[in-house]
Ligand binder design. Sequence first.
Ligand SMILES: Nc1nc2c(ncn2[C@@H]2O[C@H](COP(=O)(O)OP(=O)(O)OP(=O)(O)O)[C@@H](O)[C@H]2O)c(=O)[nH]1
Ligand SMILES: [Mg+2]
Length: 328
Amino acid sequence: MPANLPPEYYDVEERYRAAVTPEEKAALLEEMLSVIPKHKGTDHLRADLRRKLAQLKAAAQARKGAGRQASAFHIEREGAGQVAIVGCTNVGKSALVAALTKATPAVSEAPYTTWTPTPGMMTFENVQIQLVDTPPLSREFVEPELFNLIRRADLVAIVVDLQADPLQQFEDALALLEEHRILPEQRRAAVAEPRRYTFKRMMAVANKADDDDLEADAQVFCELACPGWPLATISVARGRGLEAFKQLVFDQLGVMRIYAKPPGREPDFTAPFVLKRGSTVEDFAGKVHKDFVEHLKAARVWGHGVHDGQLVGRDHVLHDGDIVELRI
Ligand SMILES: Nc1nc2c(ncn2[C@@H]2O[C@H](COP(=O)(O)OP(=O)(O)OP(=O)(O)O)[C@@H](O)[C@H]2O)c(=O)[nH]1
Ligand SMILES: [Mg+2]
């Protein structure tokens, strides 16, 4: 036992030993974890407590039946899409979410810092995208609920640390996901029994590209680990590549922005409707108001592949940035 534990720790530990119910034990384990200083000397102790906590939570989850309980891992989707920021410990997931949103997850050089997810809204041009910081994908301490969070996300960003062993980190993260029957969309065509898996859109994020040499390493990493994958090369610490990261996330979400034009007025460019790419005028009408779908006669469109104000039918496919005036 390291000598430098604060006195509160021993108080909580005593209560933990006396606790009877699993809920009480779990709460006290959380309290113990919150008072332990984070440094190398406490790594083993923290790992041990976290393992116990994960076991307790898994048992509690199994008793209650999945999903009914309000859970820290159940995060309501907000904005244009939900992006799960995942990966091994210490790669900079929390640092990324803290840099791009108003959320303030703890960032630390000690491993296993995060263990509940934290959502935050990232602004890209005129849309808001939800990033979710998550606990590390670690075989030892991972909570089963994390995989449900990942299954619900619209996009999964796997973060690696270019200054550590990014290939191994990437492989470990993917292997753990695969054990829980989550595969990248990229692999769907190559899988023999696709019905056994959940396929998710995934992108790679090579973090800690603090200088040009490391940035070049990112290319090599991607060629070896995930050729053809969408890759964002960033340094959260140096603020490199973050704009390109946002653009890539938006592109990979597979959504588009449509502006509603009330007859005789200008559209509001600050408040786009966000629809799946490939959506039609009819889909858009349904998003504006469900009654509009039934009563829709035609629409006028300004934008891609039409002349200004062209009349189109309900099956017309829209494009990112189109302006639409619905005719009811
Ligand atoms: N050099 C460098 N360090 C970084 C960069 N981004 C994050 N870090 C550092 O990496 C360490 C880990 O960052 P976190 O954001 O806590 O990592 P994490 O992936 O959330 O870790 P867990 O919560 O344990 O899964 C911290 O010391 C950060 O300051 C970067 O771009 N360059
Ligand atoms: Mg973290």
